[in-house]
Write a protein that binds this ligand. Structure first.
Ligand SMILES: [Zn+2]
Length: 390
């Protein structure tokens, strides 16, 4: 009588940019993976069937920038209630841990969470521990050798080297871009990219930072409204920014508490400079607003006129390539990991606020209604509740 599945999502609209699919599809899961897609799987045997009619079924979202070292980094929040419960099945911690703290991050967070977690290792050996001691107050904490040892021990989960250049996080004026050069040195030796937080660095403009960046490196906080932005004094996208994109530098959103400006983003989009990837930079100082979750950040791009399938591509197919997991995550191709999200695309009038406190009124928003991780419905902390029939 045909295959037997563990879970079938029935009646939804599948939006899977990696497959170019935006169409009615039933999705079946077995053995933790996507087992079948069809216009109708009515009548198949399944341990659990969920009616998701009227809802959008997507691959589980991928957030390239979060901070989930709860209890150790002052930024940390628990990943399952803030990422997984909101449709993010894969998240990358952006430098919360450094060489001194990565072992604990792996044991107590990565291995203890239902969210699939990867990380960029902070070039600072302490990582982002303290709200009062900058992670690079002492340049000696940017220890290339210890970073490399840590990469070798945890290469399966470390994707690259993170560096934050903001004054107040790094030693004084004389240090210039030394932390960036050390991150570059460690990353090159490890054969990995760097992820750079550029604003308010000790250099004249973003150009000096981009000059150090190569194909596959990630510039996060692309649309921040502070010094070292992507726009020049006339509000034009800097030539060095376009050149960096042409050579393969990835421009990521990293919304955060201080790194997303409507005005900068509107100017960039008007000049055909969209982000490659949409990420939240979710942490304790923005999870209760203005970020809330990755879906809200995506909704901001819908407000800015980005097509729904294009916005979804930037939180599924594209970041899957960035983390070298295309065909495994960020898609619901048959055989891929069984990580999916179900969203309502609500219509109404929704206030959406940036880091300058400016609010725009969006007319569509994505609201997570069901999350599937490893072929099973996530029912842990803060899981969305969908009323359904067996
Ligand atoms: Zn961050």
């Amino acid at each position: 009588m045909g295959a037997s599945y563990e879970l079938v999502l029935r009646g939804g609209t599948l939006l899977d940019p990696a497959q170019g699919l935006y169409a009615p599809r039933d999705v079946a899961f077995a053995n933790g993976r996507v087992a079948a897609l069809a216009e109708s799987l009515a009548g198949v045997q399944a341990a659990e069937t969920v009616d998701v009619a009227g809802l959008l079924v997507t691959p589980g979202l991928i957030d390239l920038h979060v901070h989930v070292f709860e209890g150790v980094s002052h930024y940390g929040i628990p990943p399952d209630p803030t990422c997984l419960a909101h449709g993010v099945t894969t998240a990358v911690d952006a430098g919360s841990a450094g060489a001194d703290t990565f072992g604990g991050f792996r044991k107590y967070v990565i291995e203890a969470s239902a969210t699939r977690l990867l990380a960029h290792l902070n070039i600072s050996s302490m990582g982002m521990l303290s709200a009062t001691i900058g992670e690079l107050d002492e340049l000696k904490w940017a220890d290339v050798g210890r970073a490399l040892q840590t990469v070798e021990r945890h290469r399966d989960v470390i994707l690259g080297i993170k560096v934050r250049l903001t004054r107040g996080q790094v030693v004084g004026e004389g240090v210039g871009l030394a932390p960036l050069y050390r991150a570059r040195e460690a990353a090159d030796a490890a054969g990995l990219p760097i992820m750079v937080h550029p604003q308010d660095a000790y250099c004249p403009s973003l150009d000096e930072i981009l000059a150090v960046m190569k194909a596959g490196d990630i510039l996060t906080h692309t649309f921040h409204g502070r010094q070292h932005g992507i726009l020049d004094e006339a509000g034009k996208v800097r030539p060095a920014v376009r050149e960096a994109r042409e050579r393969g530098v990835i421009f990521d959103v990293g919304h955060g508490a201080g790194s997303f400006s409507w005005r900068v983003c509107e100017a960039a989009l008007a000049q055909s400079f969209p982000p490659e990837t949409i990420s939240s930079d979710l942490h304790i100082y923005n999870v209760n607003g203005p970020v809330f979750d990755l879906a809200t950040t995506v909704s901001k791009f819908l407000h800015l006129g980005m097509e729904l399938d294009e916005a979804l591509r930037k939180v599924t197919a594209v970041p899957a390539q960035v983390i070298n997991m295309a065909d495994e995550v960020g898609t619901l191709k048959v055989g891929a990991c069984g990580d999916a999200a179900v969203f309502a695309l609500e219509e109404g009038a929704f206030p959406l606020t940036d880091c300058q406190g400016e609010t725009r009124i969006g007319h569509r928003r994505l609201v997570p209604r069901l999350v599937v991780r490893g072929g099973r419905i996530y029912r842990g902390p803060e899981a969305p509740v969908l009323h359904y029939h067996h």
